[in-house]
Write a protein that binds this ligand. Sequence first.
Ligand SMILES: *Cc1c(COP(=O)(O)O)cnc(C)c1O
Length: 459
Amino acid sequence: MAQSVQFYSTNHGSPRVNFGEALLQGLAPDKGLYMPEYIPTFTVEEIQAFSSKTYAEIACAVFSKFFAADIPADTLQTLCEDAYNFDIPLENVCDRKYIMRLDQGPTASFKDFAGRAMGRLMQYFLNQKGEHKLILTATSGDTGSAVAHAFYDLPTIRVAILFPKDEVTLRQRKQMTTLQKNIHVVAIDGKFDDAQAMVKEAFSDADLAHLQLTSANSINIGRLIPQAVYYFYAYSRLAKNGDASTGSATEKATFCIPSGNFGDMMGCVIAREMGLPIAKILIASNANNEFEQMLKTQTYSKIEPSIDCLSSAMNVGHPSNLARLVELYGGNMDEKGAILKQPDFAAMNRDFFALSVSDDETKQTIKNTWNTYKVMLEPHGAVGWKCVEDYIKTAQISENELIISLETAHPAKFPDAIIENIGIDPELPASLQGIEAKPEKFDTMEGNYAAFKRYLLNL
Ligand SMILES: *Cc1c(COP(=O)(O)O)cnc(C)c1O
């Protein structure tokens, strides 16, 4: 029978909804985050069969587990094929340690994976209902451009993007500001966390209800399910799958995830809950080390304001997806970051390894991986790889164990860091060529809510 998982709010004060509703709403009415009521699972045989399937086919299989009842199978298949028409290189670094490059999409960021599925799925569900939406997104760099491209020129959707004016690179900015049409971009005088707070306040403002606001940030469950797919994909291509007929053990893989708002980490946790054999999830962060501290101290404090680091898309002092993780481990965290019920910290410490990486270590890692392995990493991927190296030493991981570290953006998006550390100006992927010369348009505003509200009412 076709499946339709229901989604509840982490604040436990909103009705349950199906995927389409959760996707269109973004944040639940009680300001909580939508979580699946249960996480559907694959059998070992289904996971083994992925080794002969394309990425689009694996995506379709994962999506079907959550919302096959809500969208016709052939529509979903066409949508996945259309969304996932680019490469996912798995680059060997040494032994059985790999980099998964998630940077071949239209904005050269891993955020294209979720963005492209979300744009198409939202358009589908809005058409069904004859409605329209205004998407609000706060971005620390790459979300904005991925969202802008994912929703560009869709007839039922307008997009307003807020970014902290000093925290994105020229290329990141141009990827958002050169599209125009239904894409409205605003630079605020503030930090990413200010932008995120402004967006959150707009969602709960009754004066704006007629605008049909929704989010495409990683607070939207529609971001997380597509982000579960590439873990299955990497596993299907690299793991010794075991042999179902002889019942031999299925290999467990370890993934390392450079993290900011923890959307990508939740994707990995969802994949694990769906049955993907995962040994450990490594969470690499920059100086914003609130998660590492939380695991150590079993208490949580945000970092306010967040710390500026080279890996700028991860400058997040209070990851919004932490509430989902806490929930999954039996606890509860409200939207302000207060832990109302303790999660199972012992289980979290068993499942995760967290490391905070300094900017100096990040630079050193960019140098070392290039000089030793001829593997080019940008700052976010380098934070990840440094965490892998540290984990291999700390946990005495053998050559045979499979570790896959995510590269979340293309090195050409961070040319200064690459030139400074290895003296090479990375070649731009085709999607980014000529972008600096294109005319751009964006507005500027103070980092406060009143200004943002005026802007939205006049849009
Ligand atoms: C957004 C982003 C991250 C962090 O991803 P989360 O899912 O928010 O943890 C890491 N690297 C890059 C390049 C990003 O754009």
